[in-house]
Ligand binder design. Structure first.
Ligand SMILES: Nc1ncnc2c1ncn2[C@@H]1O[C@H](COP(=O)(O)OP(=O)(O)O)[C@@H](O)[C@H]1O
Ligand SMILES: N[C@@H](CCOP(=O)(O)O)C(=O)O
Length: 320
C-alpha cells in the first residue's frame, strides 16, 4: 500500500478548486510506491496523479519542481507539475506538502525488449544534453562522500569477507575518483530503474519518481541504468541490452575520454551504492511501514560480477 494519508473526496474536490483542471470524476489510491501517498485523480478534463510527501526534506521540494518544469519545458517525457491559478505548483494538503502531476501513459517493463532499451538510452541521452544547463543545485545525496561516511554503519552486519569487499571497494573509489579528472556534470534522475519508467509498447511515455534527482556526474545516472536494465539474474551484463541502451545514449551525448576511463569504476560504485542503501534500510534505518524491503544481495551480486568480469566495451559514436 502507498496511501499513508487517506484523503476524502471532499478534501480532493476542495484541493482541485485551486487549479483550472476541471471537477473530480474519480479518485483512487495507488497501491505501488514506498515513500509517499499517491492517488490517481481523474477530472472531467484530465488524468492526474496527486502526491503527498510523507518523508524527506521538504525544503528540497522546490528543486524537484524546478527540475521537472525545466525538463518538461524541454519536451522530455516527465510529469511537469500542474501549477494553480496563481502559477504555484507546491501546495499543502492534509498538513503535508502536495503536488499534482499529469498522469503519464504506460506500464513499467520488468523485462525490457531492445526497442525499449533504445528508447530509454535515447531519452536519457537527450535529458543529459539539456540537464547540463539546468541552473538548480542539489548535491548528489548518494555520491562517494555518502558511501565513505555510511558504509561503516553496516559493516558489523556483514560477514568478514563482505566487510573486506565493501571497505576495499570504497578505498578503490576514493583512490580512483580522488585523482581522476572531473566528469561532465548536470542534473540527473539518480534512481532510473525500470520501475520508474512507463512504456506504451516501444514508446517511452514517462520517467517518474525524481525524488533522488540531484546535480552531479551524468555518468552516475548512466551506470545506475546499465546495472538495473542490463544485468541478468546472475548479475552478468546482457550484451544486447547493454549495447542497445549505450548506442542510443551515445548517439545523443558522446562520452568524454574521462567518462570512458571511469566507466568500469562507476559501474562498481553505483552497484555498491544500492547494496549499501538497501542494507541501511534493513539494519540501520527501517521505515515505519511494513512493505518488503528491496534485496541488498542483488546489488552485491552485481558488484561481484563487475569486479570479476569487468565491463563490456563501450560502443563508439557512430559516424554521422
Ligand atoms: N506521473 C505519473 N503518471 C503515471 N503514474 C504515476 C505517476 N506518478 C506516479 N505514478 C504511479 O504511482 C506509483 C507510485 O509513485 P512513486 O512516485 O514511485 O511513489 P513513491 O515515491 O512512494 O515510491 C508509481 O509506481 C506509478 O505506478
Ligand atoms: N530504487 C531504490 C530505492 C531508492 O534508493 P534510496 O537510496 O533513496 O533508498 C532501490 O531499488 O533500492
Amino acid at each position: 500500500m502507498a496511501v499513508f494519508t487517506p484523503l476524502s473526496e471532499t478534501q480532493v474536490i476542495d484541493f482541485l478548486s485551486r487549479f483550472d483542471i476541471g471537477t473530480l470524476a474519480h479518485l483512487e489510491g495507488v497501491a505501488s510506491g514506498t515513500e509517499n501517498t499517491t492517488y490517481f485523480v481523474t477530472t472531467d478534463q484530465r488524468d492526474c496523479v496527486l502526491t503527498l510527501f510523507e518523508q524527506g526534506d521538504h525544503d528540497e521540494l522546490p528543486f524537484f519542481v524546478d527540475l521537472l518544469d525545466y525538463l518538461a519545458d524541454h519536451r522530455l517525457p516527465v510529469p511537469g507539475p500542474v501549477h494553480d491559478r496563481q502559477g504555484i505548483a507546491l501546495q499543502s494538503l492534509a498538513d503535508r506538502p502536495a503536488l499534482l502531476f499529469p498522469r503519464l501513459p504506460g506500464t513499467s517493463p520488468s523485462a525490457p525488449d531492445l526497442s525499449q532499451c533504445r528508447a530509454l538510452g535515447h531519452t536519457l541521452g537527450r535529458m543529459h544534453c539539456v540537464s547540463r544547463y539546468f541552473d538548480g543545485h542539489r548535491p548528489n545525496p548518494r555520491d562517494l562522500h555518502w558511501l565513505v561516511a555510511m558504509h561503516h554503519r553496516v559493516l558489523v552486519y556483514l560477514s568478514p569477507d563482505d566487510q573486506a569487499l565493501m571497505a576495499d571497494e570504497v578505498d578503490a573509489y576514493q583512490s580512483y575518483f580522488g585523482d581522476a579528472p572531473e566528469l561532465p556534470q548536470g542534473a540527473i534522475h539518480g534512481d532510473l530503474f525500470r520501475d520508474n519508467t512507463l512504456f506504451e509498447g516501444d514508446r517511452l511515455g514517462g520517467i517518474i519518481d525524481f525524488y533522488n534527482g540531484c546535480t552531479g556526474d551524468l555518468l552516475f545516472d548512466l551506470a545506475i541504468v546499465i546495472n538495473d536494465w542490463a544485468s541478468d539474474e546472475a548479475g552478468h551484463l546482457d550484451k544486447a541490452r547493454h549495447d542497445a541502451i549505450l548506442e542510443a545514449y551515445i548517439a545523443e551525448r558522446p562520452l568524454t575520454d574521462a567518462e570512458r576511463n571511469a566507466w568500469p569504476m562507476m559501474l562498481r560504485m553505483t552497484a555498491l551504492r544500492y547494496w549499501l542503501s538497501r542494507l541501511l534500510v534493513i539494519y540501520v534505518d527501517p521505515p515505519a511501514h511494513d512493505l518488503t524491503p528491496h534485496d541488498p544481495q542483488r546489488f552485491r551480486t552485481i558488484l561481484k560480477t563487475r569486479l570479476n568480469e569487468g565491463s563490456l566495451p563501450l560502443p563508439q559514436r557512430s559516424p554521422a
